[in-house]
Ligand binder design. Structure first.
Ligand code: MG
Ligand code: MG
Length: 258
């Protein structure tokens, strides 16, 4: 049985995920060529604390920062550093918050300056994969329906799906049951009950699906060195249509203005 959340718990998850969404927009304001990934991290930490929450990732399993900042061939779990962003890079920013006993967790992949058309297309398709996954996450469907929707859209566009990392349930723990893989078969896996809160987070590669662990013990990189994109939203499973708890609206307001 999967733990479903009460409406009161969902409200607290909504507060967290709204703050995560706004934090990603703060990061959006300063992403540009010449900035370091550590500077993005500092801005996010300050904003989260100013809003009465704690960074959800800092110290989680020993992770040393507020954000996972993953540039180009880094799929996820990049540690913020003195690495400088360059024109044409893509940077996945994954953010977590913790307040009122619950977590928020979402990610967005930003373009740094002018990005090559083939990489822009990877970002667009990965976003669409996430949208298809969210559409499939309705009461009575199965996890495999979500997984299958993501995988088929990625692969039919010529991309590959990372298998080693998956989406997850979200609540008082950052990673709860069930796992939400980005690959799988329709009609398989646990049935989704209304009130289940999950993070759907496709990690889609331009080239090979195979990845390896960087020597820093955290960053996960593509084996062929080609770029990988990552978007994540937290949603509540509902009858007929999932309700999103996080949003890219704030980020997009910033991006369209600049
Ligand atoms: Mg997550
Ligand atoms: Mg995340």
């Amino acid at each position: 049985m999967l733990a479903i959340k009460t409406e009161e718990e969902i409200e607290l998850l909504r507060l967290n995920n709204d703050l995560v969404s706004k934090t990603l927009a703060e990061v959006a304001k300063i992403v540009r060529p010449g900035i370091t990934t550590k500077e993005l991290d500092h801005r996010a930490e300050e904003f989260i604390r100013d809003n009465g929450a704690k960074p959800g990732f800092l110290g989680y399993d020993g992770f040393p920062a507020t954000l996972c900042v993953s540039v180009n061939d880094v799929v996820v779990h990049g540690i913020p550093s003195n690495r400088v962003l360059h024109e044409g890079d893509i940077v996945s920013v994954d953010c977590g918050t913790y307040m009122h006993g619950f977590y928020g967790d979402s990610a967005y992949t930003f373009e740094v300056g002018d990005v090559a058309p083939q990489v822009k297309r990877l970002l667009r398709v990965t976003r669409e994969c996430l949208e298809h996954g969210v559409e499939a996450a309705v009461e009575g469907a199965r996890i495999g329906d979500v997984s299958h929707a993501i995988q088929t859209h990625a692969e039919s566009n010529g991309y590959s799906v990372v298998r080693e990392l998956v989406g997850h349930g979200l609540g008082r723990d950052m990673h709860e049951s069930p796992e939400v893989p980005n690959y799988g078969n329709k009609g398989r896996g646990p049935k989704l009950p209304a009130g289940l809160v999950i993070c759907i987070e496709p990690m889609i590669n331009l080239g090979t699906r195979y990845v390896y662990q960087d020597s820093d013990g955290w960053a996960v990189r593509t084996q062929d060195g080609k770029p990988s994109a990552h978007y994540e939203l937290a949603v509540v499973v509902r009858n007929g249509k999932a309700e999103t708890l996080s949003t890219f609206q704030y980020v997009e307001q910033v991006i369209t203005k600049s």
